[in-house]
Write a protein that binds this ligand. Structure first.
Ligand SMILES: NC(=O)c1ccc[n+]([C@@H]2O[C@H](COP(=O)([O-])OP(=O)(O)OC[C@H]3O[C@@H](n4cnc5c(N)ncnc54)[C@H](OP(=O)(O)O)[C@@H]3O)[C@@H](O)[C@H]2O)c1
Length: 332
């Protein structure tokens, strides 16, 4: 089968399309014929390791020192089940599914075997929304579940004010919609070309981070969800209500000031690695099928253009998600 192989950490050109052996499902696994997958900001970070030294070191220790131990990148997918192992109960051949490979990666390929019932950090698969294409469904498992994970921790109540910083990307576009469904008044921050999209997803107020500093607005919020982690933490504190919650999806950027504030103040500061369950996928599917949640796709690239896709995501400015399509009839 065709797969993207990461030859080492580095620029997009370290990614190569190669022929590798097609996997065979074990008794507890399903074999998925992948039709769509994604390139996220996290995939670009994992490939380049252009990150603070200590964080990059931790990632090398966890995922492989000179190159990723699991050579095929990609975390989310949508496709069709081609075969099931002897013990699999929930799925059958021909089921259309969406899901995530979690920390074992491997979705930027024609096929992937995944366990029917994964461990906590391993992703999971469910029947995909009936009203979505493969391309759309592939964008939900990461951004949708991470947004859900953090917003649940924010315990948003009807009428509360939430500010989402970095609202126009994979996580933020879902976070706006989920926060609105909780009854919140949503302020969404991102760059100029994304403001109309943020409004169309339901944001009550938008802020252009290239022109305005939200910490100087005079507004105060019950919850700040800082997806991107680029806001100065000490200044952001000014706009959170006392006992308010600060959700930090990018813990590296502000770890020390956030830890210090957690020890010395009444703010509820949440920094963690998101995890998602199959139940979360099913919950998101129901919202999508009810017409309450949608995805935003900026561009799609064929698998063969994985280098261009990584370059595109790496330069910033994408609206929502970037999708990779897998054409099983194409020769490399
Ligand atoms: N904690 C966890 O478990 C976990 C899991 C996955 C990912 N993450 C982290 O979450 C972060 C974001 O994820 P994502 O996939 O949603 O990223 P994304 O798709 O790249 O979205 C980030 C958004 O932030 C915007 N942005 C950039 N600089 C900004 C600034 N100074 N102020 C406000 N907005 C700004 C970007 O807009 P422009 O590109 O137009 O500037 C983009 O729309 C990544 O750093 C990733 O490492 C955490």
């Amino acid at each position: 089968m065709k797969a993207v192989i990461t030859t080492k950490y580095g620029p997009p050109e370290v990614l190569e399309i190669r022929e590798v052996e097609k996997p065979v499902p074990k008794d507890n696994e399903i074999l998925i014929k992948i039709y769509a997958t994604t390139v996220t900001a996290g995939d670009v970070e994992m490939r380049s390791l252009k990150l603070p030294f200590l964080y990059a070191l931790v990632l090398r220790m966890g995922f492989g020192f000179t190159k990723p131990r699991n050579e095929i990148p990609g975390t989310e997918l949508a496709g069709e089940i081609e075969a099931v192992g002897n013990d699999v109960k929930r799925f059958k051949e021909g089921d259309q599914v969406f899901g995530a490979a979690g920390m074992s990666f491997g979705t930027n390929a024609e096929y992937l075997c995944l366990p029917e019932s994964p461990g906590e950090m391993e992703g999971g698969v469910a029947i995909m929304p009936a009203n979505m294409s493969y391309e759309e469904a592939a964008t939900v498992p990461f951004g949708g579940r991470d947004a859900l994970h953090f917003l649940r921790l924010g315990n948003i109540q009807d009428g509360q004010k939430i500010l989402i910083n970095g609202a126009g990307g994979s996580i933020g576009t879902f976070a706006i919609q989920l926060a609105k469904l909780s009854g919140a008044e949503v302020t969404a921050i991102d760059s100029t070309p994304k403001l109309d999209m943020l409004r169309s997803l339901g944001a009550d107020h938008v802020v252009d981070y290239t022109k305005e500093d939200f910490t100087e607005s005079g507004e105060v919020y019950d919850v700040i969800f800082d997806v991107i982690g680029k806001a100065s933490f000490s200044r952001s504190k000014k706009v959170i209500k006392e006992n308010g919650t600060y959700l930090l999806a990018n813990p590296v950027s502000q770890m020390f000031s956030a830890l210090w504030t957690r020890m010395t103040s009444s703010y509820n500061i949440v920094m963690q690695t998101a995890s998602g369950t199959i139940a979360d996928l099913i919950y998101l599917r129901e919202l999508i099928e009810d017409g309450k949640l949608r995805t935003v796709i900026d561009r799609t690239f064929p698998l063969e253009q994985i280098v261009e896709a990584h370059k595109y995501v790496g330069k910033g400015g994408k609206l929502g998600n970037v999708v990779i399509t897998v054409d099983h009839n194409k020769n490399t």
